[in-house]
Write a new protein. Structure first.
Length: 229
């Protein structure tokens, strides 16, 4: 395996959940594909079969199914994230959840039309996201803001590596609020104010993830050639 693929896989390794978050002062750009994530070895099943497993209970309870009337292939996304004051639960742009430039760079690491390498990364991301959402819910219930900040930072990085830009942006807000910072207004927050800001984002990020997950599943079902047995 090439050095690029090795570096790409290392980026998605599970984080140390006890590490304290780093306080950031401004949003960071998406990580390059060379920092992408570490994934389990791909299974011999076809791409379609590997992407049709049931959604874990922890995610399906919190995330409504994406609207089937929406187009499966998005237009190139806007580079401008919505301002924090506009982060509601009803303004999700279902057509711009994937950064196509980053996703295409990940596809360039594939050696053939099976897209086995990038598919393995995608499958591992699905697993990581589901686990992280459960951890976020538990941290919110216990009002553990440092944990929320660390989890937001982790899922932000994993999402950026694969080009899941909507999830990346929302997780960055969770990261800042968990560190008791309102970066939009350059102000510190009380613990209760931070929790009040994070609460709607936990719902929003799961909805954004559900749209991104469906987009990725549909892409591999349409474009990935099944590997020979």
């Amino acid at each position: 395996m090439s050095q690029t693929k090795t570096a790409t896989k290392e980026h998605l390794k599970s984080p140390d959940r006890d590490i304290q978050p780093t306080k950031l002062r401004s949003p960071s750009p998406p990580a390059p594909p060379s920092r992408a994530a570490s994934l389990v070895p791909p299974s011999p099943k076809s791409a379609a079969a590997r992407l049709t497993s049931p959604v874990p209970d922890s995610l399906s309870r919190a995330t409504p199914a994406p609207d089937p009337s929406k187009p499966s292939t998005p237009a190139p996304p806007s580079k401008d994230a919505p301002p924090e004051s506009d982060l509601g639960d009803d303004d999700i742009d279902t057509e711009n959840v994937i950064d196509l430039e980053t996703f295409t760079q990940i596809l360039d690491l594939d050696e053939d039309d099976t897209h086995d390498f990038s598919l393995g990364m995608t499958e591992a991301y699905f697993t990581q996201a589901s686990t992280t959402f459960t951890d976020m819910d538990n941290a919110f219930e216990s009002k553990d803001l440092p944990k929320l900040s660390a989890l937001g930072h982790f899922l932000k990085g994993s999402s950026a590596a694969l080009g899941v830009s909507a999830v990346q942006a929302t997780c960055e807000h969770i990261q800042h609020y968990g560190a008791l910072r309102d970066e939009l207004n350059d102000a510190d927050l009380t613990e209760q104010a931070a929790l009040d800001k994070i609460a709607p984002l936990l719902s929003r990020v799961k909805r954004e993830y559900a749209v991104a997950e469906k987009w990725l599943q549909d892409w591999y079902k349409e474009h990935a050639t099944p590997a020979d047995d």
